[in-house]
Design a binder for this molecule. Sequence first.
Ligand code: AHR
Length: 555
Amino acid sequence: MQKIDRRQFLGGALVATSALTLGFPRSSKAADSRIEVLVNEPIGTINPNIYGHFVEHLGAVVYDGIWVGENSRIPNIGGIRKELVDALKRIKAPLFRYPGGCFADSYDWRDGIGERSRRPKRTNFWYGVAGKDVALNSTSRIEPNHFGTNEFMRFCQLVGGKPYLAANLRGLPAQDFYEWIEYCNSPAGTTTLAEQRATGSMGSRDPFNVEFWGIGNESWGCGGELLPDEYAQEFRRFTAAYPPYDVPLKFIGAGASSDDLNWTRGFFSRMREKGEGLFGRRVYAWGIHHYAWNVSAGRTTDWNDGKGDALKFNTEQYFELLREADRLDAFLQQHWTIMGEYDRQHRTKIAVDEWGSWHRPGTELKPTHLLGQQNTMRDALVASLTLDIFNRNADKVVMGNVAQLVNCLHSLFLADGDKFILTPTFHVFEMFMAHSAAQSVRTVFSAPTVSYDRNGKPADFWGLQGSSSINGKQLTMTVTNPHQTDVRETEIAIRGARIVSAKARVLAEKDVHAYNSFENPKTVEPRDETVKINTETLVFRFAPASVTQLQITLA
Ligand code: AHR
């Protein structure tokens, strides 16, 4: 492969006319955009766990999104919704974070083990978010504990994904955390907790070998309203000693929300006082949360502060949501820079363990589906631009967990009784699968920016964005065109490699409000398209408001 001089490339990218002469010999006259893939500029291996998920005991995520019960007429595997398992296998879902979220810091794992019929009923953390029309004994208010550690592990095993458990830091002592590790990981026939694991409903003699452990959740907020130095102290205490078994544990810190750089600086500076060796070894990753909502929808004082409608949005709200999601790119860099001041070798990486669109209530399937919302093409674009951000930051980000799996915020699935559908976001995850474990390579996008009206003033948003990765001779590129009406005719040059063939899969709808429903489950679905190529360049027309996956075979 031929190596391109970085300065020569950048010069070309900045001066459009020279770029055409230098990099795009058979220029398409109609093209207004260019993508240049620098196959010799690797960023890092894309960790499969960045395509991970999040399962919280919240509304209808667990009951009846995942757990329908063994005696249900809904097809199930030992009580777990079969259609969900099948769909998750299709996308090779790698990882599930559980049991929260805010719920995690109020959860006693002992409530969810043993004989199911004897498990206690508890008040769910989200009790108060349920409206008047949600019955007092609804599973959205009262946690029946029918789905606990063993059921969650069974779910992970059925799908083939890894578990990531979040410890209760606010409500329980560190000893309970160690005993949860012992319950999950101590070898068969050794401890009393290993025996308990083997008995009761869904008992398992074999250890679960859980590798990923979150130390609390949003400890700056619902997880205890701690200050950064208080959290650093708690984190060290929780991870100072723990039961050691065959599986090396990876601890994830309850990191910052969006651009809260003070939380990151506070934690890292206080950890550093105990020595730089704590990074990596004791803090595998720093868990950042970033939700996108319509700031422009207006500020109120309630829980739905600033959030807009999932289905009814205008052009400004469409772009503002994409803009909010896109800010993550800069936030990652900012947190990373601060982390590097204390952990100079960057042994601690980033886990974006909650992300997605968050809209105001009103489109949930039922009142019991707390924080449930519909998922349109706009949300599919939020998903694609976010996953592309992860790919482009493959050297920093080791994990991502979209919030949340089913019947909740940015869900891949909606379910109610025997009805089950895939949302547009599911299709995005499927289109990104080929990036998993591939080498992310630097890719430069150049396209006319999109202009829109923002609160009466002109505003811009990028014209094309995406990421590329290489796995052997296979180059995968994912591209988002946010323009609602304009096709982006684009010349794509692969620097340092020859193209043999290419194919495309496109998720696009004329109306960005399009979504899937039980009545019309296939309104939004990807389709295959042909691609014109010559050996060095290919030309592709990116449809308006689309996500495209290009699979390019290199010589
Ligand atoms: O995903 C919903 C909630 O959002 C989570 O429980 C919490 O961690 C975050 O604030």
